[in-house]
Design a protein around this ligand. Sequence first.
Ligand SMILES: [Mg+2]
Length: 276
Amino acid sequence: MSELIKELQGTKIAIFDLDGVIYRGTDLIPNVDKIIQRLTDLSIKIAYNSNNSTKTRQMYADHLKTFNISSKSSDFYTSASITSEEITRIKPNSNIFVIGEIGLREELKAKGHKIISSESDYSEVDFVIVGLDRNFNYNDLAIAQRCILEGKALFYATNDDATLPVKNRFLPGAGVMVKALEVCTGKKPIATFGKPQPSGIELILRENNISPKHALMFGDRLNTDIIAGNRAGVTTLLVLTGVTSSKDVEDVKKDPTNDRNLLPNMIIDNLDAIFE
Ligand SMILES: [Mg+2]
């Protein structure tokens, strides 16, 4: 039980979605701490890629610590940090109006952007960036609308997930806020950077100087994790510890109109299955 199964040998980096793969809410998925340690012992780099933009990367590192998984904030690539990275490449030191939470705000500030909060500065705003905001309100929506329609702001979004899985149920996801702004501006985001876009995985590979053929993406959602991994050209593994069952995969396979990128290279019951 110390070597990777032969299909996965040669792996240099393992990229994990968080919820449904590493933990479910506040509960560690059994044995995952040991799996991460074993991969680390094999000198395989670990990175985490989550669409949730509400937390800072340090908050995620602190959360994993409660499960005895050690990590650095730089191991995390959230839709907030990826968006911040990409927006900085488009225009450094910009003025941004945010619909979103602390994770998105802090990642943008850390890259030198200024967060605009007063409506009177609407004409100065370069970008409106929308992420999951659990305090989403009409007033913020109205300001964002004005920045875009009356000002010069360009519309971007972290991700467009329809739902946010929490313990035993679903809550509305970031896509709900994105749609609200789409409807009242008549515009769609110029880009979204979270999964299913491959931007995050590509950034991880670039920063670690690893080619896609040496990378694994582990996820529990076909329409985000697996599509993103396939688009980035890495080996994709669906783990059945989250929101997707093997029956869901069969259903996707049966419908020939479905995007083939929805299908993972491997399906595993749990992460233990990657070792022999
Ligand atoms: Mg997940």
